[in-house]
Design a protein around this ligand. Structure first.
Ligand code: SF4
Length: 669
């Protein structure tokens, strides 16, 4: 028996896109470690993916197609053949289409942890041909994407390795300590060279000596803080008019809106000290190069897209571009310039669109037509999508036919009528593009597929064939789709040669240079090449702040990623007990002590969890981790049971941070 180190790459919903070496012995994974193919990986990976083999070999791994034998949600299934499963799914979808129309079928998926073949290939062709409803995949990154598209045309962002050149770094609504860990060494290097680092976040995720300033902004108020800073720069003649005149438009509207937020007013709304906002504004304006890392925290509320737009406007009005270590980083996914139409031949598809954040409401209330068939893949909505109780209630309906195509028995899979087993990234051929580090990875399987698990592109092609369709999308195999994926990527400046990519496993960008310098080597990909500060994506009320004065409960709940979970993936083993974190000033009047069991509740539901007390979260805000499965909670409900299915005006994004709750003690430990 001989150990082999085989190359791979991490597919998780994480900006870093690490290159991996996977040690395999006798077709069994014995270790997952880092490789140096992607220099950004820097010789280490996170503990999440180092443990991924526990998912591969989990007792809960789905190894065969199965059909339900018990109550919906009971998790009782019996093994069937692939042929039987495909025929049941196709028969049922045919019947639904005949009786209710194709729109009564809803494909439900998300793409955070996918390679290029995992989404929008034969799956898209299958649902288009069915005439199924379309899904707005908006649970994450929709408001940021919309704002960045309207303002900068999704221009590639500053590369992580260039953070070492910054003299000032502003991290706004991101926690690189857990979901972009390969940025941290660059932050440390910049700090060692004298850079100032400031963080805007309701929670302090850094030690006091790692940063110079922390603004514990109240959730949902980032917009007014950014506008107040812009207004303060305007009042103090710190705007870079030469840059604005040459490269931006719409500044009049922005500055007019910003005028409504003098420091004192903004500070009152954001529950901050005016001097702290002023200090941040000074630091940013007076240091060059100044660099902005925006995360996805500020988008998860009713003001999300407007907030992202105001934050993205800051480097524009200061002209913080043109030098290595300047500019901003948000998502770099569009740098790949993927021609999604080239990924598969898809018939025209113009049916109704359902916002994925409203799954529960859609299953329970939609009647034109009602959803009678649901196909869930690449996601676990019971754990991750707002209004968990409504989703569970919707999935329990006898008349709903649900297919779940998954790797393990998730909270959602338990409600399936038919379960289809999916391969993990370690068992398939894939091409993975990142949304942070600038590299395109090729993945070969490192082990044979477990049981009868199959990859997405194959399963949807099989479904198409079982329907009796002979379109090319259902006749092509994995190698055909790899070629299509390689052909569809245009951002690297030279065509992707699949044979070379297969051999070298990784391809880099050339902007020119492997790292773009905004306004030196890359410019806005807007139609006129300018930054649009008054983009129509901001709707009829650009930069308008909506308050939450009517909230019925006093504490704001946020649910950020942790070092264990950045989505719900691996929640089957990586999250034994859900907890809440509360500031001592909020804990004392409620008589809460460390280890107590507390009831966190609002009008939508309640979650029972153990109390942790920490002054790193600001008063008025409590934290519960994202992605936890129902088993990790003391009453079977997790954070999403408290999240309303309201959506933000820009991008229709989820409002995970608009949750207002009360907390009370259930019992001492
Ligand atoms: S840091 Fe991110 S990309 Fe790297 S192994 Fe962990 S989850 Fe994957």
């Amino acid at each position: 028996m001989q150990n082999k180190d085989l190359p791979s790459a991490c597919p998780m919903d994480c900006p870093d896109t690490c290159s991996l070496d996977v040690e395999v012995s006798d077709n069994r994974i014995t270790r997952i470690g880092s490789s140096d193919r992607n220099p950004n990986t820097q010789g280490f990976i996170c503990t999440k993916v180092a443990r991924f083999a526990e998912r591969v070999y989990s007792k809960e791994r789905l190894l065969y197609p199965m059909k339900r034998t018990g109550e919906k949600g009971s998790g009782k299934f019996t093994k069937i053949s692939w042929q039987e499963a495909l025929e049941i799914v196709c028969d049922k979808f045919r019947q639904i289409k005949e009786r209710w129309g194709g729109e009564a079928i809803l494909p439900y998926s998300y793409g955070g942890s996918n390679g290029m073949l995992g989404q929008d290939t034969s799956d898209r062709a299958f649902f288009a041909k069915l005439g199924a409803s379309r899904l707005a995949r908006t649970v994450c990154a929709a408001p940021t994407g919309e704002a960045a598209l309207g303002m900068y045309g999704k221009m590639p962002g500053t590369a992580f390795e260039d953070y070492v050149h910054a003299r000032f770094i502003l991290i706004w609504g991101a926690n690189p300590k857990v979901s972009n860990i390969h940025l941290v060494p660059y932050l440390k290097q910049a700090k060692a060279k004298g850079a100032k680092i400031a963080v805007v976040d309701p929670r302090l995720n850094f030690s006091r000596n790692e940063i110079d300033l922390h603004l514990p902004v109240y959730p949902g108020t980032d917009l007014v803080v950014a506008l107040a800073m812009i207004n303060w720069w305007h009042e103090h003649n710190l705007l870079n008019w030469d840059f604005i005149d040459e490269f931006a438009k719409g500044s009049e509207l922005l500055l007019e809106k910003a005028k409504a937020y003098p420091l004192e007013r903004a500070a009152k709304i954001a529950r901050l000290e005016p001097d702290a906002i002023k200090k941040l504004a000074e630091m940013y304006a007076l240091h060059d190069p100044g660099l902005l890392r925006i995360g996805w925290g500020p988008e998860r509320n009713r003001n999300g897209g407007q907030a992202i737009a105001a934050i993205l406007a800051m480097p524009a009005v200061l002209g913080k571009f043109g030098l290595r270590g300047s500019g901003y980083t948000l998502s770099n996914s569009s740098a790949y310039k993927v021609d999604s139409r080239a990924l598969a031949d898809v018939p025209s598809w113009n049916t109704r669109v359902i916002n994925m954040n409203r799954l529960g409401r859609t299953l329970l209330e939609e009647d034109d037509p009602p959803v009678k068939g649901l196909f869930v893949y690449n996601c676990n909505p019971v754990a991750t999508v707002p209004n968990q109780n409504a989703i569970v209630q919707g999935l329990r309906q006898d008349e709903l036919f649900t297919v779940v195509f998954e790797q393990v028995m998730t909270d959602t899979a338990k409600f399936a009528d038919i379960l289809l087993p999916a391969v993990t990234f370690l068992e398939q051929k894939e091409i993975k593009k990142g949304y942070g580090s600038y590299a395109l990875h090729y993945l070969d399987p490192v082990i044979e597929p477990m049981g009868e698990a199959k990859p997405n592109e194959e399963v949807f092609a099989l479904l198409g064939k079982t329907m009796g369709w002979s379109d090319s999308a259902f006749m092509e195999d994995t190698d055909d789709y790899l070629q299509r994926a390689a052909n569809s990527v245009h951002g690297l400046r030279k065509p992707v040669d699949l044979d070379t990519l297969k051999k070298e496993k990784i391809a880099f960008f050339d902007f020119p240079g492997t790292a773009p310098v905004q306004f030196k080597t890359v410019f806005p990909w807007t139609p006129d090449g300018k930054i649009n500060l008054a983009s129509s994506v901001l709707g009829q009320h650009p930069y308008e702040y909506l308050d939450d004065d009517q909230a019925r409960h006093p504490l704001a709940l946020i649910s950020p990623a942790t070092d264990k979970m950045i989505s719900s993936t691996m929640g089957e083993f990586n999250f034994p007990e859900l907890y809440l974190v509360i500031h001592s000033k909020d804990a004392e009047p409620r008589d809460l002590r460390k280890g107590d069991v507390a009831r966190v509740f609002n009008d939508l539901g309640e979650v029972h969890a153990k109390v942790r007390i920490s002054d790193k979260v600001r008063p008025g805000v409590i934290v519960m981790p994202k992605g936890a499965w129902r088993r990790s909670s003391l009453n079977g409900s997790t954070t999403t049971a408290l999240v309303p299915d309201s959506i933000s005006a820009v991008g229709g994004g989820a409002c995970f941070n608009d949750v207002r709750v009360e907390v009370e003690r259930v019992s001492p430990e």
